[in-house]
Every structure is written in structure tokens, then in C-alpha cells.
Design a protein around this ligand. Structure first.
Ligand SMILES: Cc1cc2nc3c(=O)[nH]c(=O)nc-3n(C[C@H](O)[C@H](O)[C@H](O)COP(=O)(O)OP(=O)(O)OC[C@H]3O[C@@H](n4cnc5c(N)ncnc54)[C@H](O)[C@@H]3O)c2cc1C
Length: 475
């Protein structure tokens, strides 16, 4: 468990070993993957129809994927949200914004009902400027953009440098945007607690049971006694970053990696300086995609953008190299030089799923008996709740605003509903060109001695290439 993440190591006591599939099965719904999406879908299927025969098939163990490894930000927002909602009439846009923003509160209601203690704290999200002055103007521009989209002070509020410093003892604090629509959680306690909750509802979970083949009404699963057949009315592949292991989904969703480090528990005197006492989800406004928070056991967990592997190959071994650890630590120390002598006790990472349009999708094909969700792009802790709940609604044919939301693809077949990724080496070249430009920009801007023309050039290049990763929903 310690090889998966700090979280899974800490939650070892909550873990039960579940059997691999031993016999052929007949089910109403078969779910592939025991992460948040699959578990939330199972939970709501059984809530609405306790008679359904539902089982999950997990290649490794509950929480092995991104759900047991993430940064613990449970966001009331989703990747590409404003681009997706842009074309809607005002009342519908408000409706869907409210559905997304309510996610942290909706999740809390389930945690309370099911007695899941995962350290939930709704301390909001802070997007900060601290390492270079350009971040301040980007943030101010971002706030103006959000106001133009109709968000008000209740959604996004400006914090001056002094107000930011009251919350986070960040070196060089310049200002921040605060949004209340975010909680932080202990991811492994959430995913393991949820697994126990769905089992109480009568769902079976098979671990060490990879699905090797799926087609209309049937799965092949390699269990404890070799390959077994599972017949099911509906199949829900909920594999996110692992789509390459579930053909043909890898054409539409590729894996990218994000990495994290964690300090040892820090003493009270240091935390008096660092703040973050409400469990705020904090990141800086830069293309390095930094994300961090103070854990319930007083560590700082610090993550940032990782990599992409040729062919969309999964990374299995997340033992961080010296260079990876060093890069994350250097970013952390630039913001918190007080942590110079703090030991880094853990380093890990995970695969997350990116769709070609850079927006999440849900799709349901009742004729083929398939429903799936994915493409959360690193913002799936909260959105997987809404996705799983909506997958259950779609399977049960419930007529709700969520089942016709803009993220539900209205063309049913995979090949029509989702856009394919370009073949290699284009993806690899494109991704690495963008990441190289982002890294260059960050190095230039973080150096106070960089000439203004160089700063301008580095930013212009990164900005231009960032267009390759912009959310472009289908119209
Ligand atoms: C390092 C990192 C940090 C992140 N931080 C955040 C964050 O702070 N906030 C946020 O909102 N999002 C974050 N994310 C993203 C978020 O964790 C994911 O979007 C979310 O957990 C996806 O859940 P899931 O259930 O869809 O997929 P997963 O949790 O990845 O589960 C998929 C499961 O499917 C299984 N599987 C795959 N193929 C098969 C097969 N053929 N047969 C059987 N089982 C199979 C896998 O073993 C895996 O357990 C982060 C991701 C990473 C990697």
C-alpha cells in the first residue's frame, strides 16, 4: 500500500482484501474499475434500485488508480466548465453552475449518511500569485474574465497580499483569488469508505480481476481460476487514466501523470507561521499546475504537473527520481523557504485521463448497454461524484437536468461522440513541446534578472502553445 501513496499507506487499517472473481456471473450492471467513478455509480444504482445485481471488477485493488493517489481537492468545478456552458441560455447556465458548485456539499451529505470519515474540510480554494509579478496581472485578468462570465463575489473574491498572508504564510505573496466551492479530503479514506458503503448496499467488488475484453452484454475477466465470463445488461467502464488497458477507450482518453511529495508532520510553531488551518486547497497561478494543502496530520502535501509517455503508456512505478523530487521540492521551497530543513518522507504519482477536447464526457448507449465517463483531466475528485451519480441516472433512464447536461455527449456511439487523439509521434511531440515552453517560461519569469523582452517572449510562446491544450467542447 505504501507504494501507491502516502494516503493508501495511512489508510491501511481500513483496507479489506477482496476476492478475485472465481465463477461465471450474471448481472444487471458490471462496472470496470473501483475508483471514485465506478463506486459512486454503484452507490447510486443501489440507492435507486436496491434489487439490481451490481458488481465491480478491479484489475488491482480499490483505490489503486488516481482515486487513491490524488491531491485531495474536492472541487465544485470541472475542467472546461465555462467553455461547455458558454452557449447555453442564462437560466440553464446558472442551473448547471449550481449543480457543479454544489458537489462538495452533496458529497458531505453522503459522508455523513454513510459515516465515512475522510477528514473533509471545506476551506475553499486559493489561486495565488507569489513567485513573479506576471502572476498578479494574470490573476487580475482572470478575475475580470470571471466577472464578465457572471460570477460574483460569492464565487470568486480578491484577496490582497495582506489578506492572503493571513491565510497562508507564503513567501512573496502578491494576491489571490478565493473561491469557497472546494473542500479537501483524505482520498484513500474516501475511496475505501465508499467501497465499504457500496458493499453494505449489496454490491460485490472483485479485486485482482482485470477485464480483458468487453462487448455488448459480456465481459471476460481474469480471476483466481483463469478467465471467467460475466453477462450483464449494462457495462460501465470507469477506468479514467487507464483507458489504454480497456480497448478501444485508449483512442479517446490518454494517460498523463501528476506527481506529489509530502513533508514529515511539521510542528505547531512552523504551522503558526504557515497557516492553512482550514484545510484550504491552494495553488499558484502558473502553468506548472502546483496544488497543495495542509493535511489533517500536519504535513504539507505538494503536487505539480508531471509528464506524458510515448504512446500514452501508463506509468506503473511511481518511485520518484531524484530529479522529480528535486523539482517539486524546489517549487515548494520557492513558496515556503521555512521548509528548508523539513524532511520529504513520501513521493508518489498517478495516471489521470485527458480527453482530446480537454473536457470531461459522459456517454450512454442503451442499445449497446454501455455507459461511461472520463476525461476529468486532474479535476476528478469532485466531478467523479457527479459523473457516477449521473451514470446511474442514465442507466436507469431517469429524466433529469443532469442526464441532458452539456457534458453528456448526445451522440451515443463512442466513435461519434468522442474525438480521437492524433496518432504518435504527434501527441508526444505536441505534449513535450508545450511542457518545454511552460518550463522555459517559468524559469525565465521566476528569475528576477530576466530582461523584459525575454520575459515577454517566453510568455508569448507559452501562451501560443497553450492553445493546443485549450478546452474545445463539441458544438
Ligand atoms: C497525482 C494526482 C493528483 C490528483 N489530484 C487531484 C485533485 O487534487 N483534485 C481533483 O479533482 N482531481 C485530482 N486528480 C484526478 C482524480 O484523482 C481523478 O480524476 C479521479 O480519481 C478519477 O477517478 P476514477 O474512478 O474515474 O479513476 P481511477 O481512480 O483511476 O480508477 C480507475 C480504476 O480502473 C482500474 N482498471 C483499469 N483498467 C481496468 C481493467 N481492464 N479491468 C479492471 N480494472 C481496471 C484501475 O486499476 C483503477 O483502479 C489527481 C490525479 C492524480 C494522478
Amino acid at each position: 500500500m505504501e507504494q501507491i501513496s502516502l494516503w493508501m499507506e495511512q489508510a491501511e487499517a481500513l483496507r479489506t482484501t477482496r476476492p478475485a472473481l472465481a465463477d461465471d456471473l450474471e448481472l444487471d450492471v458490471a462496472i470496470i474499475g473501483a475508483g471514485f467513478t465506478g463506486l459512486w455509480a454503484a452507490y447510486y444504482l443501489k440507492q435507486h434500485n436496491p434489487q439490481l445485481q451490481v458488481a465491480l471488477f478491479e484489475a488491482k485493488c480499490v483505490g489503486y488508480g488516481a482515486s487513491g493517489r490524488n491531491g485531495g481537492w474536492l472541487l465544485g468545478q470541472m475542467l472546461g466548465q465555462d467553455e461547455l456552458l458558454a452557449g447555453l441560455p442564462d437560466d440553464q447556465r446558472q442551473l448547471y453552475r449550481a449543480i457543479i458548485q454544489r458537489i462538495p456539499d452533496d458529497v458531505l451529505a453522503v459522508l455523513q449518511r454513510e459515516g465515512i470519515d475522510c477528514g473533509y474540510r471545506k476551506g475553499g480554494e486559493l489561486s495565488c500569485a507569489a513567485r513573479y509579478p506576471e502572476q498578479l496581472s494574470w490573476l487580475q485578468q482572470e478575475l475580470r474574465h470571471r466577472r464578465a462570465l457572471g460570477y460574483d463575489e460569492a464565487d470568486y473574491r480578491w484577496l490582497s497580499a495582506a489578506e492572503l498572508t493571513q491565510q497562508v504564510g507564503m513567501y512573496g505573496a502578491l494576491g489571490a483569488i478565493f473561491s469557497p466551492h472546494c473542500a479537501t479530503v483524505h482520498p484513500a479514506k474516501l475511496v475505501l469508505g465508499l467501497a465499504a458503503a457500496v458493499e453494505r448496499l449489496g454490491v460485490s467488488i472483485y479485486e485482482q480481476s482485470p477485464v480483458t475484453h468487453w462487448q455488448r452484454g459480456e465481459l471476460r475477466v481474469v480471476g483466481s481460476a483463469g478467465e471467467r465470463r460475466v453477462r450483464a445488461g449494462f457495462i460501465l467502464p470507469c477506468v479514467e487514466g487507464y483507458a489504454i488497458d480497456c480497448p478501444p477507450l485508449g483512442r479517446y482518453q490518454i494517460a498523463v501523470q501528476s506527481l506529489q511529495i509530502a513533508t514529515e508532520p511539521l510542528d505547531a510553531a512552523l504551522w503558526a507561521e504557515l497557516g492553512m488551518a482550514e484545510g484550504q486547497a491552494i495553488g499558484e497561478h502558473s502553468r506548472m499546475v502546483t496544488y497543495f494543502h495542509r493535511t489533517r496530520d500536519d504535513r504539507l502535501v505538494f503536487g505539480a504537473r508531471g509528464s506524458y509517455r510515448f504512446g500514452g503508456r501508463l506509468r506503473q512505478d511511481f518511485t520518484l527520481s531524484e530529479q522529480e523530487r528535486g523539482r517539486h521540492r524546489a517549487l515548494m521551497l520557492a513558496l515556503f523557504p521555512q521548509l528548508q530543513s523539513a524532511a520529504i518522507t513520501h513521493g508518489w504519482g498517478g495516471n489521470l485521463g485527458m480527453a482530446r477536447r480537454f473536457v470531461p464526457h459522459l456517454l450512454c448507449d442503451p442499445e449497446q448497454g454501455v455507459a461511461l465517463a472520463g476525461g476529468y483531466g486532474g479535476e476528478g475528485v469532485g466531478f467523479s461524484y457527479l459523473a457516477g451519480r449521473t451514470l446511474a441516472d442514465l442507466v436507469l433512464g431517469r429524466d433529469l437536468p443532469e442526464t441532458v447536461a452539456p457534458w453528456v455527449v448526445n451522440r451515443r456511439a463512442l466513435a461519434q461522440g468522442l474525438r480521437r487523439w492524433e496518432p504518435e509521434p504527434l501527441r508526444w511531440l505536441g505534449y513535450n513541446a508545450v511542457i518545454a515552453a511552460y518550463g522555459y517560461e517559468d524559469r525565465v519569469l521566476a528569475n528576477p534578472h530576466s530582461a523584459p523582452w525575454r520575459r515577454h517572449l517566453a510568455s508569448a510562446l507559452a501562451q501560443r502553445l497553450s492553445g493546443l491544450m485549450a478546452s474545445r467542447p463539441a458544438r
